[in-house]
Design a protein around this ligand. Structure first.
Ligand code: PLP
Length: 430
Protein backbone atom coordinates (compact mmCIF):
# COMPACT_ATOMS: atom_id res chain seq x y z
CA UNK A 1 0.00 0.00 0.00
CA UNK A 2 1.20 3.54 -0.79
CA UNK A 3 1.73 5.47 2.43
CA UNK A 4 3.04 8.94 3.21
CA UNK A 5 6.16 7.28 4.61
CA UNK A 6 6.76 5.14 1.50
CA UNK A 7 6.31 8.16 -0.77
CA UNK A 8 8.66 10.22 1.38
CA UNK A 9 11.29 7.51 1.20
CA UNK A 10 10.88 7.29 -2.60
CA UNK A 11 10.91 11.09 -2.94
CA UNK A 12 14.16 11.41 -1.02
CA UNK A 13 15.88 9.17 -3.55
CA UNK A 14 15.22 11.56 -6.44
CA UNK A 15 14.44 14.97 -4.91
CA UNK A 16 16.76 16.66 -2.37
CA UNK A 17 15.13 16.17 1.03
CA UNK A 18 12.11 14.71 -0.77
CA UNK A 19 10.52 18.11 -1.34
CA UNK A 20 10.58 20.95 -3.84
CA UNK A 21 10.39 23.68 -1.18
CA UNK A 22 12.10 23.16 2.21
CA UNK A 23 9.29 23.93 4.67
CA UNK A 24 7.24 21.05 3.22
CA UNK A 25 9.74 18.59 4.71
CA UNK A 26 8.41 19.03 8.28
CA UNK A 27 11.98 19.64 9.53
CA UNK A 28 10.81 22.20 12.11
CA UNK A 29 8.19 19.91 13.66
CA UNK A 30 9.61 16.49 12.83
CA UNK A 31 7.68 13.55 11.40
CA UNK A 32 6.61 12.53 7.92
CA UNK A 33 5.23 15.09 5.48
CA UNK A 34 1.80 14.31 4.11
CA UNK A 35 1.70 13.62 0.39
CA UNK A 36 -1.46 15.19 -0.93
CA UNK A 37 -3.53 13.42 -3.53
CA UNK A 38 -6.53 15.74 -3.91
CA UNK A 39 -8.34 18.69 -2.42
CA UNK A 40 -11.85 20.08 -2.42
CA UNK A 41 -13.25 23.11 -0.64
CA UNK A 42 -11.75 23.32 2.85
CA UNK A 43 -10.28 19.82 2.75
CA UNK A 44 -7.21 18.00 1.48
CA UNK A 45 -6.60 14.24 1.42
CA UNK A 46 -3.26 12.50 1.83
CA UNK A 47 -1.87 9.35 0.21
CA UNK A 48 -3.51 7.24 2.93
CA UNK A 49 -6.86 8.83 2.12
CA UNK A 50 -6.97 10.66 5.44
CA UNK A 51 -8.89 13.93 5.23
CA UNK A 52 -7.65 17.17 6.80
CA UNK A 53 -9.09 20.63 7.35
CA UNK A 54 -6.64 22.70 5.33
CA UNK A 55 -5.34 25.83 7.08
CA UNK A 56 -2.36 26.24 4.76
CA UNK A 57 -4.25 26.70 1.50
CA UNK A 58 -1.06 26.25 -0.55
CA UNK A 59 0.56 28.89 1.72
CA UNK A 60 -2.05 31.49 0.93
CA UNK A 61 -3.38 31.35 -2.62
CA UNK A 62 -6.47 29.18 -2.01
CA UNK A 63 -8.63 31.93 -0.54
CA UNK A 64 -11.75 30.44 -2.14
CA UNK A 65 -10.92 26.94 -0.97
CA UNK A 66 -9.96 24.21 -3.42
CA UNK A 67 -11.70 23.56 -6.72
CA UNK A 68 -14.14 26.46 -6.77
CA UNK A 69 -16.38 25.58 -9.74
CA UNK A 70 -16.15 29.02 -11.40
CA UNK A 71 -12.35 29.00 -11.18
CA UNK A 72 -12.16 25.43 -12.47
CA UNK A 73 -14.38 26.38 -15.41
CA UNK A 74 -12.22 29.41 -16.28
CA UNK A 75 -9.05 27.31 -16.13
CA UNK A 76 -10.53 24.49 -18.22
CA UNK A 77 -11.62 26.96 -20.88
CA UNK A 78 -8.18 28.58 -20.94
CA UNK A 79 -6.39 25.22 -21.19
CA UNK A 80 -8.38 24.33 -24.29
CA UNK A 81 -7.35 27.62 -25.88
CA UNK A 82 -3.63 26.94 -25.37
CA UNK A 83 -1.11 26.60 -22.54
CA UNK A 84 1.34 29.33 -23.41
CA UNK A 85 2.02 31.60 -26.36
CA UNK A 86 4.97 33.78 -25.37
CA UNK A 87 3.03 36.67 -26.87
CA UNK A 88 0.66 39.21 -25.34
CA UNK A 89 -2.95 38.29 -24.60
CA UNK A 90 -6.08 40.27 -23.75
CA UNK A 91 -6.42 38.37 -20.47
CA UNK A 92 -3.16 39.89 -19.19
CA UNK A 93 -4.69 43.34 -19.71
CA UNK A 94 -7.86 42.26 -17.92
CA UNK A 95 -5.90 40.94 -14.94
CA UNK A 96 -3.73 44.07 -14.81
CA UNK A 97 -6.87 46.26 -14.95
CA UNK A 98 -8.49 44.21 -12.20
CA UNK A 99 -5.45 44.44 -9.90
CA UNK A 100 -5.10 48.20 -10.44
CA UNK A 101 -8.82 48.74 -9.85
CA UNK A 102 -8.51 47.09 -6.43
CA UNK A 103 -5.12 48.63 -5.54
CA UNK A 104 -5.28 52.38 -6.22
CA UNK A 105 -1.68 53.03 -5.10
CA UNK A 106 -0.38 51.70 -8.42
CA UNK A 107 -0.89 52.76 -12.04
CA UNK A 108 0.86 49.94 -13.85
CA UNK A 109 1.67 46.33 -13.10
CA UNK A 110 4.06 43.75 -14.54
CA UNK A 111 3.11 40.07 -14.25
CA UNK A 112 5.70 37.41 -13.39
CA UNK A 113 5.56 33.78 -12.25
CA UNK A 114 6.61 33.73 -8.58
CA UNK A 115 6.81 35.96 -5.55
CA UNK A 116 10.58 35.58 -5.55
CA UNK A 117 10.75 36.91 -9.07
CA UNK A 118 8.41 39.78 -8.24
CA UNK A 119 10.37 40.81 -5.12
CA UNK A 120 13.72 40.57 -6.89
CA UNK A 121 12.40 42.64 -9.81
CA UNK A 122 10.94 45.25 -7.45
CA UNK A 123 14.34 45.76 -5.85
CA UNK A 124 16.07 46.06 -9.22
CA UNK A 125 13.44 48.59 -10.25
CA UNK A 126 13.89 50.59 -7.03
CA UNK A 127 17.65 50.61 -7.54
CA UNK A 128 17.31 51.55 -11.20
CA UNK A 129 14.85 54.33 -10.40
CA UNK A 130 16.86 55.88 -7.58
CA UNK A 131 20.33 55.15 -8.94
CA UNK A 132 21.27 53.87 -5.47
CA UNK A 133 22.39 50.45 -4.24
CA UNK A 134 21.42 49.96 -0.61
CA UNK A 135 18.28 48.31 0.62
CA UNK A 136 16.75 47.92 4.04
CA UNK A 137 14.82 44.83 5.03
CA UNK A 138 13.58 43.58 8.40
CA UNK A 139 14.51 40.45 10.30
CA UNK A 140 11.73 37.87 10.02
CA UNK A 141 10.33 39.24 6.75
CA UNK A 142 10.72 36.89 3.79
CA UNK A 143 10.72 38.30 0.30
CA UNK A 144 11.66 35.21 -1.69
CA UNK A 145 15.05 33.60 -2.21
CA UNK A 146 16.86 36.17 -4.36
CA UNK A 147 20.54 36.30 -3.35
CA UNK A 148 20.48 39.85 -1.98
CA UNK A 149 17.63 38.93 0.37
CA UNK A 150 19.12 35.82 1.97
CA UNK A 151 20.74 37.81 4.69
CA UNK A 152 20.75 38.20 8.44
CA UNK A 153 21.62 41.22 10.50
CA UNK A 154 25.24 42.24 10.90
CA UNK A 155 26.83 42.70 14.29
CA UNK A 156 25.83 46.35 14.56
CA UNK A 157 23.53 48.79 12.90
CA UNK A 158 26.26 50.29 10.76
CA UNK A 159 27.29 46.91 9.37
CA UNK A 160 25.59 45.26 6.48
CA UNK A 161 24.30 41.73 6.63
CA UNK A 162 25.74 38.23 6.35
CA UNK A 163 24.39 35.64 3.91
CA UNK A 164 22.02 33.08 5.45
CA UNK A 165 22.60 30.63 2.64
CA UNK A 166 25.71 28.98 1.30
CA UNK A 167 26.26 30.01 -2.28
CA UNK A 168 25.58 33.69 -1.63
CA UNK A 169 28.88 35.61 -1.74
CA UNK A 170 29.21 38.24 1.03
CA UNK A 171 29.68 40.91 -1.66
CA UNK A 172 26.15 40.22 -2.93
CA UNK A 173 24.57 41.12 0.41
CA UNK A 174 26.90 43.99 1.23
CA UNK A 175 24.20 46.46 0.22
CA UNK A 176 21.47 44.85 2.32
CA UNK A 177 20.85 46.23 5.79
CA UNK A 178 18.71 44.10 8.11
CA UNK A 179 16.87 45.91 10.89
CA UNK A 180 14.45 44.94 13.64
CA UNK A 181 10.77 45.02 12.73
CA UNK A 182 8.74 47.70 14.51
CA UNK A 183 11.90 49.43 15.78
CA UNK A 184 11.57 53.11 14.87
CA UNK A 185 14.84 54.21 16.50
CA UNK A 186 16.86 51.76 14.39
CA UNK A 187 15.46 52.86 11.06
CA UNK A 188 15.85 56.52 12.02
CA UNK A 189 19.51 55.87 12.77
CA UNK A 190 19.99 53.96 9.52
CA UNK A 191 18.60 56.85 7.47
CA UNK A 192 20.53 59.41 9.51
CA UNK A 193 23.81 57.70 8.68
CA UNK A 194 23.19 56.28 5.19
CA UNK A 195 20.04 57.96 3.88
CA UNK A 196 21.61 59.23 0.66
CA UNK A 197 22.54 55.67 -0.42
CA UNK A 198 19.28 53.88 0.35
CA UNK A 199 17.29 52.81 -2.72
CA UNK A 200 14.38 51.24 -0.87
CA UNK A 201 12.91 49.90 2.32
CA UNK A 202 11.14 46.58 1.79
CA UNK A 203 8.64 45.26 4.29
CA UNK A 204 5.94 42.67 4.80
CA UNK A 205 3.42 45.14 6.29
CA UNK A 206 1.54 42.30 7.96
CA UNK A 207 4.26 39.71 8.22
CA UNK A 208 3.33 36.09 7.65
CA UNK A 209 6.81 34.63 7.71
CA UNK A 210 7.40 35.14 11.43
CA UNK A 211 4.01 33.73 12.36
CA UNK A 212 1.67 36.77 12.16
CA UNK A 213 3.09 40.14 13.19
CA UNK A 214 1.75 43.53 12.19
CA UNK A 215 3.91 46.54 11.52
CA UNK A 216 2.64 49.21 13.90
CA UNK A 217 0.98 52.27 12.35
CA UNK A 218 3.64 54.65 13.79
CA UNK A 219 6.36 52.41 12.30
CA UNK A 220 4.82 52.50 8.81
CA UNK A 221 4.22 56.25 9.14
CA UNK A 222 7.83 56.91 10.13
CA UNK A 223 9.24 54.77 7.30
CA UNK A 224 7.05 56.66 4.82
CA UNK A 225 8.35 59.98 6.15
CA UNK A 226 11.98 58.84 6.08
CA UNK A 227 11.68 57.48 2.53
CA UNK A 228 10.15 60.78 1.39
CA UNK A 229 12.79 62.88 3.15
CA UNK A 230 15.67 60.88 1.72
CA UNK A 231 14.36 60.02 -1.74
CA UNK A 232 14.09 56.27 -1.10
CA UNK A 233 11.21 54.07 -2.27
CA UNK A 234 8.92 52.21 0.13
CA UNK A 235 8.24 48.69 -1.12
CA UNK A 236 5.29 46.76 0.32
CA UNK A 237 5.73 43.03 -0.15
CA UNK A 238 2.11 41.91 -0.19
CA UNK A 239 2.77 38.49 -1.71
CA UNK A 240 1.09 37.00 1.34
CA UNK A 241 -1.06 39.83 2.70
CA UNK A 242 -2.26 40.99 -0.72
CA UNK A 243 -5.98 40.37 -1.43
CA UNK A 244 -5.88 38.20 1.71
CA UNK A 245 -6.03 40.44 4.81
CA UNK A 246 -8.50 42.75 3.03
CA UNK A 247 -9.64 43.17 -0.55
CA UNK A 248 -7.42 46.24 -0.89
CA UNK A 249 -4.52 44.35 0.79
CA UNK A 250 -2.61 45.51 3.89
CA UNK A 251 -1.99 48.92 2.32
CA UNK A 252 -5.73 49.67 2.46
CA UNK A 253 -5.66 49.00 6.21
CA UNK A 254 -2.73 51.40 6.74
CA UNK A 255 -4.38 53.97 4.47
CA UNK A 256 -7.38 53.97 6.81
CA UNK A 257 -5.15 54.84 9.76
CA UNK A 258 -2.92 57.18 7.73
CA UNK A 259 -5.08 58.98 5.17
CA UNK A 260 -3.36 59.28 1.80
CA UNK A 261 -0.79 56.63 2.67
CA UNK A 262 0.59 54.52 -0.18
CA UNK A 263 3.68 52.49 -0.83
CA UNK A 264 5.80 53.29 -3.91
CA UNK A 265 6.05 49.72 -5.18
CA UNK A 266 3.72 46.83 -4.28
CA UNK A 267 4.61 43.18 -4.72
CA UNK A 268 1.86 40.59 -5.09
CA UNK A 269 1.62 36.82 -5.55
CA UNK A 270 -0.36 33.91 -4.12
CA UNK A 271 -4.05 35.04 -4.25
CA UNK A 272 -3.65 36.87 -7.59
CA UNK A 273 -2.82 33.51 -9.17
CA UNK A 274 -5.53 31.57 -7.34
CA UNK A 275 -3.11 28.60 -6.98
CA UNK A 276 -1.33 28.93 -10.34
CA UNK A 277 2.23 30.31 -10.73
CA UNK A 278 1.56 34.04 -10.98
CA UNK A 279 2.87 37.11 -9.17
CA UNK A 280 3.28 40.79 -9.95
CA UNK A 281 4.85 44.08 -8.98
CA UNK A 282 3.12 47.40 -9.42
CA UNK A 283 3.89 51.10 -9.05
CA UNK A 284 3.25 54.54 -10.53
CA UNK A 285 3.71 55.06 -14.27
CA UNK A 286 6.78 57.16 -13.52
CA UNK A 287 8.51 54.30 -11.71
CA UNK A 288 7.32 51.57 -14.07
CA UNK A 289 8.59 53.57 -17.08
CA UNK A 290 12.10 52.56 -16.00
CA UNK A 291 11.33 48.93 -16.92
CA UNK A 292 12.31 47.32 -20.21
CA UNK A 293 11.19 47.75 -22.95
CA UNK A 294 10.50 51.40 -21.99
CA UNK A 295 13.47 51.97 -19.75
CA UNK A 296 16.89 50.67 -18.74
CA UNK A 297 15.88 48.20 -15.97
CA UNK A 298 15.83 44.74 -17.53
CA UNK A 299 13.17 42.25 -16.52
CA UNK A 300 11.57 39.40 -18.50
CA UNK A 301 9.97 35.93 -18.34
CA UNK A 302 9.04 33.15 -20.81
CA UNK A 303 5.91 32.22 -18.88
CA UNK A 304 5.08 35.70 -17.49
CA UNK A 305 1.35 36.41 -17.80
CA UNK A 306 0.72 32.78 -18.70
CA UNK A 307 -2.78 32.41 -20.18
CA UNK A 308 -3.91 29.59 -17.86
CA UNK A 309 -2.51 31.29 -14.75
CA UNK A 310 -4.13 34.61 -15.64
CA UNK A 311 -7.49 32.87 -16.18
CA UNK A 312 -7.21 31.32 -12.72
CA UNK A 313 -6.17 34.59 -11.10
CA UNK A 314 -8.81 36.63 -12.83
CA UNK A 315 -11.63 34.26 -11.84
CA UNK A 316 -10.33 34.32 -8.25
CA UNK A 317 -10.13 38.13 -8.10
CA UNK A 318 -13.67 38.45 -9.49
CA UNK A 319 -15.06 36.11 -6.84
CA UNK A 320 -13.36 37.77 -3.86
CA UNK A 321 -14.93 41.10 -4.84
CA UNK A 322 -18.46 39.83 -4.29
CA UNK A 323 -20.31 41.81 -1.61
CA UNK A 324 -19.76 40.44 1.87
CA UNK A 325 -16.88 38.14 0.87
CA UNK A 326 -14.26 39.61 3.20
CA UNK A 327 -16.74 40.22 6.02
CA UNK A 328 -17.64 36.51 6.03
CA UNK A 329 -14.03 35.37 5.67
CA UNK A 330 -12.89 37.66 8.50
CA UNK A 331 -15.72 36.44 10.73
CA UNK A 332 -14.65 32.80 10.16
CA UNK A 333 -11.01 33.59 10.94
CA UNK A 334 -11.96 35.57 14.04
CA UNK A 335 -14.16 32.76 15.32
CA UNK A 336 -11.34 30.25 14.81
CA UNK A 337 -8.93 32.40 16.81
CA UNK A 338 -11.50 33.23 19.50
CA UNK A 339 -12.19 29.50 19.78
CA UNK A 340 -8.49 28.70 20.15
CA UNK A 341 -8.14 31.34 22.88
CA UNK A 342 -11.18 30.08 24.80
CA UNK A 343 -10.06 26.44 24.63
CA UNK A 344 -6.50 27.34 25.65
CA UNK A 345 -7.80 29.32 28.60
CA UNK A 346 -10.01 26.43 29.68
CA UNK A 347 -6.99 24.11 29.49
CA UNK A 348 -4.77 26.56 31.39
CA UNK A 349 -2.49 27.11 28.38
CA UNK A 350 -1.02 30.55 27.72
CA UNK A 351 -2.04 31.64 24.19
CA UNK A 352 -2.48 34.91 22.29
CA UNK A 353 -3.81 35.24 18.77
CA UNK A 354 -4.17 37.80 16.03
CA UNK A 355 -5.82 37.75 12.61
CA UNK A 356 -6.90 39.94 9.72
CA UNK A 357 -9.14 38.87 6.85
CA UNK A 358 -8.28 35.26 6.05
CA UNK A 359 -4.85 35.18 7.73
CA UNK A 360 -4.08 34.31 11.35
CA UNK A 361 -1.37 33.60 13.90
CA UNK A 362 -1.29 32.18 17.42
CA UNK A 363 1.49 32.28 19.98
CA UNK A 364 2.16 30.27 23.11
CA UNK A 365 2.94 33.50 24.94
CA UNK A 366 1.07 36.04 27.07
CA UNK A 367 1.33 38.94 24.62
CA UNK A 368 1.70 39.47 20.89
CA UNK A 369 5.34 39.67 19.78
CA UNK A 370 6.44 42.74 17.83
CA UNK A 371 9.50 41.33 16.04
CA UNK A 372 11.23 38.13 15.00
CA UNK A 373 13.38 37.56 18.11
CA UNK A 374 10.29 37.84 20.29
CA UNK A 375 8.37 35.38 18.08
CA UNK A 376 11.10 32.79 18.33
CA UNK A 377 11.82 33.34 22.03
CA UNK A 378 9.01 31.20 23.36
CA UNK A 379 6.72 28.27 22.66
CA UNK A 380 8.55 26.18 20.04
CA UNK A 381 8.23 22.88 21.91
CA UNK A 382 4.57 23.52 22.69
CA UNK A 383 3.87 24.47 19.08
CA UNK A 384 5.54 21.35 17.71
CA UNK A 385 3.54 19.11 20.03
CA UNK A 386 0.33 21.00 19.28
CA UNK A 387 0.99 20.70 15.55
CA UNK A 388 1.18 16.89 15.71
CA UNK A 389 -1.82 16.58 18.03
CA UNK A 390 -3.83 18.61 15.51
CA UNK A 391 -2.49 16.70 12.51
CA UNK A 392 -3.49 13.40 14.13
CA UNK A 393 -7.01 14.79 14.51
CA UNK A 394 -7.15 15.79 10.83
CA UNK A 395 -6.20 19.48 11.08
CA UNK A 396 -3.44 20.59 8.73
CA UNK A 397 -1.66 23.65 10.16
CA UNK A 398 1.59 25.13 8.85
CA UNK A 399 4.44 22.83 10.00
CA UNK A 400 6.51 25.58 11.66
CA UNK A 401 5.84 28.09 14.41
CA UNK A 402 7.10 30.97 12.27
CA UNK A 403 4.41 30.57 9.58
CA UNK A 404 1.00 32.24 9.47
CA UNK A 405 -2.21 30.28 8.89
CA UNK A 406 -4.98 30.75 6.35
CA UNK A 407 -8.73 30.33 6.38
CA UNK A 408 -10.66 30.08 3.10
CA UNK A 409 -14.18 31.02 2.14
CA UNK A 410 -14.92 27.28 1.91
CA UNK A 411 -14.41 26.76 5.66
CA UNK A 412 -17.91 26.50 7.16
CA UNK A 413 -18.93 27.35 10.72
CA UNK A 414 -19.05 23.60 11.35
CA UNK A 415 -15.48 23.13 10.03
CA UNK A 416 -14.31 25.90 12.34
CA UNK A 417 -16.20 24.41 15.30
CA UNK A 418 -14.66 20.97 14.68
CA UNK A 419 -11.19 22.54 14.43
CA UNK A 420 -11.71 24.43 17.69
CA UNK A 421 -12.87 21.23 19.39
CA UNK A 422 -9.71 19.46 18.14
CA UNK A 423 -7.61 22.34 19.49
CA UNK A 424 -9.36 21.96 22.85
CA UNK A 425 -8.31 18.30 22.96
CA UNK A 426 -4.77 19.20 21.96
CA UNK A 427 -4.37 22.00 24.52
CA UNK A 428 -5.35 19.56 27.29
CA UNK A 429 -2.47 17.30 26.28
CA UNK A 430 0.27 19.96 26.18
C1 PLP B 1 5.85 37.89 1.71
C2 PLP B 1 6.43 36.95 0.71
N1 PLP B 1 7.18 37.45 -0.29
C3 PLP B 1 7.71 36.66 -1.24
C4 PLP B 1 7.50 35.29 -1.22
C5 PLP B 1 8.10 34.44 -2.28
O1 PLP B 1 7.09 33.96 -3.11
P1 PLP B 1 7.30 32.60 -3.96
O2 PLP B 1 7.33 31.49 -2.99
O3 PLP B 1 6.10 32.58 -4.88
O4 PLP B 1 8.56 32.76 -4.72
C6 PLP B 1 6.71 34.74 -0.20
C7 PLP B 1 6.48 33.28 -0.16
O5 PLP B 1 5.95 32.73 0.76
C8 PLP B 1 6.17 35.58 0.78
O6 PLP B 1 5.42 35.11 1.78
Amino acid sequence: MTTNASLFERAQRVIPGGVNSPVRAFRAVGGTPRFITRAQGAYIWDAEDKRYFDYIGSWGPMILGHGHPEVVEAVQKAVLEGFSFGAPTEREIELAEEILKIVPSAEQVRLVSSGTEAGMSAIRLARGFTGRSKLIKFEGCYHGHADALLVKAGSGLATFGHPTSAGVPPEVVQHTLVLEYNNIAQIEEAFATQGADIACVMIEPIAGNMNFVRASVPFIKRIRELCDQHGALFVFDEVMSGFRVALGSAQSIYAKALPGFKPDISVFGKVIGGGMPLAAFAASKEIMAKLAPLGPVYQAGTLSGNPVATACGLATLKLIQRPGFFEALSASTRSLMAGFEAEAKAAGVELTTDCEGGMFGFFFADHLPQHYQAVMAKGTDKFNKFFHLMLDQGVYLAPAMYEAGFVSAAHTADDIAQTVAAAGQAFCQL
